[in-house]
Design a protein around this ligand. Structure first.
Ligand code: NAP
Length: 194
């Protein structure tokens, strides 16, 4: 159907669960039932797990990388400082990074992000998105918002040119492992096979 032009893509969960196995074997896009045009995985300043294997593999195979939750579920905007302010039922109330000591430690990272954003004359959200966009051309962040003015703010990040010094500083501040707490509750990660 794809070659006949009747379908442009197929959604599939059939990617190797063990990505290191995928990297260690000669793998070509043809090994999948259908060539993958893109994968969608969490990627942001504070969630950088994909950098070691998945991003280079996508680049090598010509697979687009859609970065979900590029604002750290809103945390990297600096607008989430108190879990009590989140509405009842907000999933972030259950996320370890938004709780207790983890939250307090993670807020110190966001303070640094805020300072760098001020130096770059942009908002923390824009800097977080610009950073994702600088990582590689095959990466497309998809920030979520329910506010039109934030949609415009976020879209403007695509035109930002952040300095090499800022990029280096953010790489240090948000070095892998810098964020405190799991990104999802442990039982949720188990269900995802992570
Ligand atoms: N494939 C998957 O498994 C998966 C999992 C999770 C998410 N996703 C997708 O990824 C996309 C985004 O993820 P996400 O919404 O979880 O996280 P996100 O984009 O990292 O953060 C969204 C949060 O940030 C806030 N926000 C957005 N722009 C802002 C700004 N400029 N200033 C202040 N706050 C701002 C939003 O609140 P307001 O609405 O109040 O602006 C919302 O609470 C969505 O399309 C979602 O469907 C995919």
């Amino acid at each position: 159907m794809q070659t006949e032009g009747r379908r442009s893509y197929q959604r599939s969960q059939k990617v190797p669960r063990n990505t290191s196995a995928a990297v260690n074997q000669p793998l070509s896009a043809k090994q999948f039932d259908h060539p993958l045009s893109a994968v969608q995985i969490e990627y942001s300043l504070w969630t950088r797990d994909v950098e070691a294997e998945i991003l280079p593999l996508c680049e090598e195979l010509g697979i687009g990388f859609v970065a979900y939750s590029p604002l750290g579920c809103g945390f990297l905007t600096s607008k989430v400082g108190d879990i009590a302010a989140l509405r009842a039922g907000d999933a972030r109330r259950n996320m370890p990074r938004f709780q207790g000591d983890n939250l307090r430690r993670n807020l110190t990272l966001v303070e640094e992000l805020k300072a760098h954003a001020a130096a770059e004359n942009c908002t923390p959200a824009q800097l977080a998105l610009a950073w994702v966009l600088t990582r590689a051309p095959h990466i497309v962040p998809i920030p979520g918002t329910s506010h039109p003015h934030r949609l415009e703010e976020n879209a403007a990040a695509a035109a930002l040119k952040i300095s090499a010094d800022t990029e280096d500083a953010l790489l240090q501040v948000f070095a892998p492992g810098a964020a405190s707490g799991l990104r999802y509750p442990e039982n949720h990660l188990v269900r995802l096979g992570i």
